[in-house]
Design a protein around this ligand. Structure first.
Ligand SMILES: *[C@@H]1O[C@H](CO)[C@@H](O)[C@H](O)[C@H]1NC(C)=O
Ligand SMILES: *[C@@H]1O[C@H](CO)[C@@H](O)[C@H](O)[C@H]1NC(C)=O
Ligand SMILES: *[C@@H]1O[C@H](CO)[C@@H](O)[C@H](O)[C@H]1NC(C)=O
Ligand SMILES: *[C@@H]1O[C@H](CO)[C@@H](O)[C@H](O)[C@H]1NC(C)=O
Length: 896
């Protein structure tokens, strides 16, 4: 029995001096004060997704016992050897309900300065493990939730958890049921510059918190707004709400499935409705944002009381969860206020909207003219619903624009304003016309296709992303203190060394985010750059580099390096150069579209993936010849003959806007004379076929063609129209399903439906994540190139084989812990992400690769074995991309 050991351990428990409450009695739930540490070891930027944990070479930290005599090799430390040590955590308690431990770990003996001088900034990153304990004093401690701020991965007893709460969101904790006694708690420490900065000695601070919960449906974040996302009131305490969409994050802390069946308002004047027509299921431990509509007449008294109706699996008894909500109230709709809308993945998202001021002097003072949108993207870790964001443009009250501050779903904007973040920006833009209607706005209209994009830090980087991916919408762009690409921000040195064939695939998967390679798309668009010379968060090098590269790309920027300033300062978004830039490009806008071949003359369009790529001068790359490589489309006009000359590199198909190119007398595509599409061929594209270029009706073969939005590596799964369905094809996969659900909710604020009914999932609107062990995975169409065969083999289909000139590309059970993660097409241009393992442990290896942190570089498919856990990327057996026909592309990597 565990108890004697437990009492012994308890005797050693001492209270920290600054604990919030000094309890006479030992609290019911505590963490150990002493933690056993093993590390530090190397880790590369965003490498943790791939494992790369050197202790896995010895069977994993969980299989090692504290022993001062054992040593482990590590290139970071003196004599190349490290050993165990201990640290004390700072413990605190709030009554018997909450217990927390703060662990701050440094390794002062490591010569960080020397490592940094030699290998650069990224050498300040490290990984280690810490072992502590959780003590449960009484039998009556039933349901606990665990928040793990700053932690990505941990074990409690024999249960593995990947994902955690790296950025400290505290939105999606883990629900635990721990018996009385002592529980081992192994916490992986990952020091990362992207999220923790890179100034001074690199330490890791983790915040562990156990909190009692109760069986049933609970609000996930009662300490903040009771977890309800709702619009602000515009017109004082009596409303109306700026939008009728709302949502509440709830968690199932019961032991059975819960179905949310309805919602009703406690006052007559508000009509509430779930946005989903069917009951919403939450499996035990699952957190979901429940979207609902709020219809109120204007006599609204600020407080909204509602009851969420739910029942437990197998019963018909209805229970209710009370929601009390106080939306913020603004006197006027002209003030910056929060507006909700349906965002990516069918969730309710929000942006701060500042409509044009009535005193703004805009062209001819035509009150009904359509003004452009000033889109301002926030930096990492910045809450959009905050004074700092709302007041950003206070110094410039009369801009001729709609100012829009999207949230991107989370304070880390989902994925750095990329797939998820950009979808949120576009949903926010689409919200403005609805808002105009909803609040009966009578001022200037909005031009949803003309954006002045700006942003600070990660938002400055996002500005480059939108500039290079939506060039026809961006009238001007101002990137402030932004970085040039993920790899240039914190370099990818210190990754476990890998075959360059594998590294090339990772780099190809990140190509779409390498702004310095996509700058041709910025031609003819005014760009301003601003950066503090003493920025120790995003080094000014990034902006200097882009200032050079943008000229080399035939575009240009105005660059202001601000002497002596750091990353952020008061007024950083309204400096004189920025203010002038905003005024200039927001007033002098020209509503006539003047683009013709004659004034375009020449331009280049470049795309790394068509998944997120818009048009440039009306031209659009539809499909790439080979994914993972840049595609370029060059246009040149011969003014004497009015010949429009297109040259396409790595382009499989493209088209160009009919109104712009009507003047072309002749069309040449890679030297071949082509005709204009006729009026009826609205979807026609120029396609490269085996017999040269042809003008063909658009490729619309559901099953066999890969569509634009299905491209772009594994992140393409994030382009989901509705909530994700997570399908368990095998028994005992609940923990992995929950982990994926938690991580998508924590890192993207996404909604997921966990089910074992595949046909129900296939029949839904969202993308599907299929979890399977062994032979339980249903096959896709026959000729699909990757499939699980029998219990133990993954076959690479014929295409891989042709590419490598081999007859066979299979991996079998001889590879320990064989696992795979890959995309498959679904009906309705949707996607399925298969997460497969030969056994339950192997499944966990594959589950690490479900998109979570940006910059990890997952391509379309990855086959791996257990050695990935310590070798990282080098432990993969095959990885790469699917081409337009869903066949394995030639630039994929196969270790056969
Ligand atoms: C360095 O490590 C070796 C084992 O690899 C050990 O024998 C030796 O004593 C160590 N030297 C010092 C100075 O600690
Ligand atoms: C703008 O207002 C003027 C005068 O009220 C009207 O004639 C014109 O049609 C309006 N234009 C648009 C685009 O609504
Ligand atoms: C708008 O564009 C047209 C066509 O290029 C040009 O003639 C006109 O001067 C422009 N107006 C302004 C205000 O820039
Ligand atoms: C699929 O969805 C449609 C419409 O929502 C519904 O009528 C149909 O019964 C569903 N089919 C299955 C197999 O669930």
């Amino acid at each position: 029995m565990i108890l004697p050991l437990f009492l012994l351990a308890y005797a050693g428990l001492a209270f920290a001096s600054d604990q919030r409450t000094l309890l006479e009695q030992p609290p019911d739930i505590t963490f150990s004060r002493e933690w056993q540490i093993l590390g530090p070891f190397e880790i590369g930027t965003r490498e943790v997704t791939w494992g790369a944990d050197p202790l896995e070479f010895y069977g994993g930290f969980r299989n090692l016992e504290y022993n001062l005599k054992t040593t482990f090799r590590s290139p970071l430390v003196f004599n190349g050897t490290t050993s165990w040590s201990t640290r004390e955590a700072l413990l605190s308690y709030e009554s018997d309900e909450v217990s927390s431990a703060e662990l701050d770990v440094t390794f002062p003996d490591v010569d960080w300065q020397w490592l940094r001088d030699t290998y650069g900034w990224a050498a300040l990153q490290w990984q280690a493990w810490a072992r502590g304990e959780i003590y449960i004093q009484h039998e009556n401690v039933d349901v606990l939730i665990l928040n793990t701020g700053g932690v990505l991965e941990y074990w409690i007893d024999d249960q593995h958890y990947f994902g955690g709460d790296f950025y400290g969101f505290r939105k999606v904790p883990v629900t635990l049921r721990l018996s009385q006694g002592v529980h081992r708690f192994d916490v992986k420490l990952v020091r990362e510059i992207r999220s923790m900065g890179g100034v001074g000695d690199p330490d890791v601070k983790v915040n562990l918190e156990l909190r009692r919960s109760r069986r049933g449906l609970v609000r996930t974040n009662p300490e903040f707004d009771e977890g309800v996302l709702i619009s602000d009131l515009i017109g004082g305490d009596y409303g109306p709400l700026a939008s009728g969409y709302a949502s509440v994050m709830v968690r199932n802390d019961a032991g059975h499935d819960i179905y949310v069946t309805g919602i009703y308002g406690m006052r007559n004047e508000c009509v509430l409705d779930l946005l989903s027509t069917s009951p919403l299921k939450l499996v035990p431990g699952q957190t979901r944002p429940i979207a609902f509509g709020v219809g109120c007449v204007k006599t609204y008294d600020r407080r909204l009381d509602a009851e969420l109706v739910y029942r437990f699996e197998g019963t018909t008894v209805e229970h209710t969860l009370h929601l009390g909500v106080w939306p913020d109230a603004y006197e006027s709709m002209h003030e910056p206020h929060k507006v909700t809308y349906i965002g990516p993945g069918g969730t309710v998202s929000y942006a701060i909207l500042k409509p044009p001021s009535p005193s703004a002097q805009c062209e001819n003072d035509a009150r009904n003219q359509s003004l452009p949108i000033l889109i301002a993207l926030h930096g990492a870790g910045v809450e959009t619903d905050s004074e700092v964001i709302r007041s950003t443009l206070d110094d410039l009250p009369d801009l001729c624009a709609w100012a829009l501050f999207p949230s991107g779903g989370t304070s880390w904007s989902g994925d750095d304003w990329h797939v998820w973040g950009l979808a949120d920006v576009e949903a926010a833009v689409g919200m403005i016309p609805k808002w105009i209607e909803h609040v009966e706005w009578s001022g200037s209209g909005v031009d949803v296709d003309r954006w002045l994009v700006t942003g600070h830090s990660n938002g400055g980087q996002g500005t480059w992303y939108i500039l290079t991916h939506r060039p026809d919408k961006v009238i001007a762009a101002a990137a402030v203190s932004g970085y040039s690409s993920i790899q240039n921000y914190v370099p990818y040195v210190s990754w476990h060394t890998s075959d360059p064939g594998r590294e090339a695939v990772i780099q190809a998967a990140l190509l779409n985010y390498r702004h310095e390679l996509l700058l041709e798309n910025a031609q003819d668009i005014p760009v301003l750059q601003q950066h503090g010379s003493k920025d120790d968060n995003v080094p000014v090098y990034n902006s200097r580099l882009l200032a050079q590269r943008i000229q080399q790309a035939g575009a240009d920027s105005t660059f202001f390096e601000v002497p002596g300033q750091g990353h952020y300062w008061d007024g950083v978004m309204t400096t004189e150069p920025l203010s002038n830039f905003f005024s200039k490009h927001l007033t002098a806008h020209n509503l006539t579209d003047a683009r013709t071949p004659l004034n375009l003359r020449e331009f280049t369009m470049v795309a790394a993936s068509t998944g997120d790529m818009g048009t440039k001068n009306g031209a659009e790359i539809i499909a790439l010849a080979a994914p993972g490589k840049l595609a370029k489309l060059h246009f040149l006009l011969d003014p004497l003959t009015l010949t429009c000359i297109w040259n396409a590199v790595n382009v499989r198909s493209f088209r160009f806007g009919p109104n712009i190119y009507d003047d072309c007398q002749y069309i040449l595509v890679n030297g071949q004379t082509m005709s204009h599409p006729t009026a009826s061929q609205v979807d026609a594209v120029y396609e490269r076929t085996t017999s040269g270029w042809q003008l063909v009706e658009s490729l619309q073969d559901e099953q066999h063609e890969k569509y634009g939005h299905q491209l772009g590596g594994m992140n393409a799964i994030l382009r989901s129209i509705g909530p994700f369905s997570i399908v368990q094809h095998s028994a005992n996969t609940q923990q992995v399903a929950l982990q994926i659900s938690r991580n998508l909710c924590q890192y993207y604020a996404a909604d997921t439906d966990i089910t074992s009914d595949y046909s129900e999932a296939l029949n839904s609107t969202g993308n599907v994540i299929s979890i399977a062990i062994g032979q339980d995975l249903p096959q896709s169409r026959d000729e699909y190139p990757i499939f699980v065969h029998g219990r133990s083999v993954i076959n690479g289909g014929s295409v891989i084989l042709h590419a490598d000139g081999l007859d066979h590309g299979w991996f079998d059970q001889d590879y320990p812990g064989l696992a795979a993660a890959y995309l498959r097409p679904l009906q309705g241009k949707r996607l399925e992400l298969v997460v497969w393992g030969i056994d339950a442990d192997a499944l966990k290896t594959a589950a690490r690769l479900v998109p979570m942190l940006t910059g990890s570089g997952q391509p379309d498919f990855i086959i791996m074995d257990r050695t990935m856990l310590w070798k990282g990327l080098e432990g993969t057996l095959a990885l790469g991309f699917f081409d337009s026909n869903w066949e394995v592309s030639k630039n994929s990597y196969l270790a056969v």
